[in-house]
Design a protein around this ligand. Sequence first.
Ligand code: FES
Ligand SMILES: [Fe+2]
Length: 347
Amino acid sequence: MARVPRMRIDEVAQKILATGIRNRWYGVCPSDLVEEGPLALKRWGEDLVAWRDTAGNVHLQEDRCPHRAAPMSLARHDGDRLTCIYHGVEILGDGVVASVPGVPGSKLEGRCLVRTYPTKEFKGVIFAWYGDELHQDPAPFELPERLVSDEYEAILSYGEWRTPYRYMIDNNMDPMHGAYLHAVSHSMAKGAKEAEFEVIETNHGLRFQKKGQESINFDWSEWYDNGFQSVCLEIPYPSTGGPGGNFGIVFHITPIDDVTSACFFWRHRKVSGWVKDVWRFLYKNRLEERHWHVLEQDRLVAERMKPDADEHEHLYEHDLGLTQVRKLLAEEAETQVKALQEAGHLN
Ligand code: FES
Ligand SMILES: [Fe+2]
C-alpha cells in the first residue's frame, strides 16, 4: 500500500474536525421542514436533498443527479422517486436509478448511483447517519435518556447559527459563562462568581462540574457520545417556574459547513402524566420567549467570534471541560483517518 504522507493525514483529520466527526447520528432538521417536495440542505459541508415519499418516509441524498450532476433539489417529486428535470432520469429513495427515459434499457438502470444517508424520525426531528467509507451501515440509534424516557418531557428549539459547531460545544461545556453572560437572566443570577471545577469520567463521556455548588446556577455539563453527540446540563428554576425541578437542556449540533451550524436545544423537565401538559403550556406561554432571549446572548457571542478564534486563546482552569472534549474529538478524528488510511481509502 502506498504510504500516505503525514501532512495528508493531518489535513483529512482537520477536515473531519471542521465538518463533523463521522460515524455518528446527527439531527438534520425539524420534521416539518421536509414536506413532500425536494428540499436543498447543506450538512457536513455537503449539498444534500431531503424529500418524503408518498408513504411518508424521509430520504436524504446527495443533491446531484448521477447523469450530469443537475441538482436533484430541482427534481419533480413522483411518489416513490425524484425525476431529474434536466433529462428525466428517475432516482428512488435508496439511490437506485429506476429509469433513464431517453435510453430505455440503459445500463445505469438498477444501479445505486446516488449517495443516500440512512434516516430516522423521532419526536419531530429527522436524524441521519453520517458514516465514512468503512461505516456505511448505521450504529444503533441511541439518544440520551432525557430524550427517550417517559419520565421527561422535552421541547425542541431549533436554530441555524453562523458559527463553527465547535464553538457551541465549547459554550455548552462552559458552565461558568452562566454566571457572567447570563447573570441578568431569570435563572442564572445566583451563586458564586468564581469556582473550582472537576472532571468526572462517565460511561459515555465526561461530566464537568463545580466543586461545592450544585443546583444554584448552571453548575455542571455532561458530554455524551454514544453514536450521538450531545451535551446535557441543568439550570435550577425558582418555584414560579412550574413543575419538574431543575430545567434541563440536551444540546446537539450538526455542522452545516465549517462556519455554520444547525443547533438543537431540547428543553426538558422531569415530569410525568398530566403534569407534562402543565409544563408544555407554561413553557409555550411564559418561558419560551425568555429562553430565546438567553440563547440570543450565546448566539451574539458565538457569531461574532472569528472562525480562527480558537487559535488565539489563553485558557484557564474553567476551560478544562471544553479542552477535554476538544481532545476527545481530535483523537476520534485521527482514529477515523488512520482507519481509512489502513483500508486504502485515503490517497
Ligand atoms: S443531469 Fe439529470 S437527467 Fe441529466
Ligand atoms: Fe449560554
